[in-house]
Design a protein around this ligand. Structure first.
Ligand code: MRU
Length: 318
């Protein structure tokens, strides 16, 4: 199974897969400095919480190699997207490494390698949740494109598929940027995993028909109490899952857990350009639009978290 890599680091040079062009075109763009990377993060060339963290780690390493001001670079990177905690986690880790005189090239590589290992562990633990013939539902893209390898929500799918388990996945299209239809569907198709694309509003109907056995999503940040900040629409999905008695799992590495923030209410929710919502819809000219990119799913709606440590009921246990 060959999965698409969002980030390539070759001979000290950084290449990012431009995810805005997918699935039409697979195009890797070289990033020459940290400012390029900050722009690529802001404009969604690279997206998904762990992948943003890895890209930021390489950006810090390039700034260190160029002799740039690391504190200033860290500030610019942090501002690129406010919600995914992996971004500040990676930037802080590289700053600490610099303060103890470490080689930041090696540190960035370590962030990348650890991310890959965490996905593999999430996949091994989460695969236990996928029984033969089950119907899964996922939202956004918490796949290989969002991480270093295997993804988070998709990691159990890839591991189960490799083990010969046959199952089916409903993929929410994920308005407005369509990470589900453009990215997750593309990934699953390449891996040969049976899936069906649905509009975001279809999930409740399918659950009422008993057509969904479990929901599994990724996270941009899980706060100390287990509240989960993820792509807009996740909260609605968790509410309808609870109503219909469908288990709702959050797959995330420990780099996504923010134990310094008490609850989801304390997290800055990114508001993105309204053009993402209105593009191609001329009738909405002049209409007021809001485009929050994430929402908060309360901890009590999460059946369990799938982390590199196992499937755990409380995030503090993982
Ligand atoms: O705006 P995006 O595409 O970066 O949002 C991505 C998500 O919400 C993912 O579910 C999350 O980052 C987890 S990725 C493993």
């Amino acid at each position: 199974m060959t999965l698409p890599a969002p980030i390539r680091w070759r001979d000290g040079r950084l290449w990012l897969l431009d995810q805005r062009r997918l699935p039409d075109e697979v195009f890797y763009e070289e990033q020459l400095n940290a400012r390029d990377v900050a722009r690529a993060i802001r404009d969604l060339h690279v997206r998904g919480a762990p992948a943003i963290g890895v890209a930021a780690a390489y950006a810090m390493a390039m700034a260190w190699r160029n002799g740039d001001d690391l504190v200033q670079t860290a500030g610019e990177l942090r501002l690129a997207r406010p919600t995914a905690v992996n971004l500040e986690w990676a930037v802080d880790r590289l700053l600490h490494a610099a303060s103890r005189g470490a080689d930041l090239m090696e540190e960035a590589r370590a962030v990348h390698d650890e991310d890959r290992a965490m996905c593999e562990a999430i996949g091994r633990h989460g695969a236990e949740l996928i029984k033969p013939g089950s119907n899964l539902l996922t939202h956004c893209n918490a796949g290989a494109l969002a991480v270093s390898h295997l993804g988070t929500a998709t990691a159990p799918m890839y591991v189960a598929h490799e083990a010969g388990v046959r199952f089916h996945v409903y993929v929410d299209e994920t308005r407005p940027v369509l990470q589900g239809s453009r990215l997750t569907s593309w990934e699953l198709a390449r891996a040969g995993i049976d899936h069906t694309l649905i509009c975001d509003s279809v999930a409740a109907h399918l659950m009422a028909e008993d057509a969904v056995d479990l929901v599994i999503v990724g996270a941009d940040r899980v706060t100390a109490n287990g509240d989960t900040v993820n792509k807009i629409g996740t909260r609605a999905l968790a509410i309808v899952a609870q109503y219909h008695g469908v288990p709702f799992y959050v797959a995330c590495p420990s780099s996504t857990v923010d134990s310094t923030t008490a609850t989801g209410a304390d997290v800055a929710i990114e508001e993105r350009p309204v053009a993402e919502v209105t593009e191609g819809i001329p009738a909405v000219l002049g209409v007021k639009v809001r485009n929050p990119a994430f929402d908060v799913t309360p901890a009590e709606l999460v059946t369990a978290y799938v982390t590199e440590h196992g499937v755990v009921k409380n995030i503090g246990d993982g």
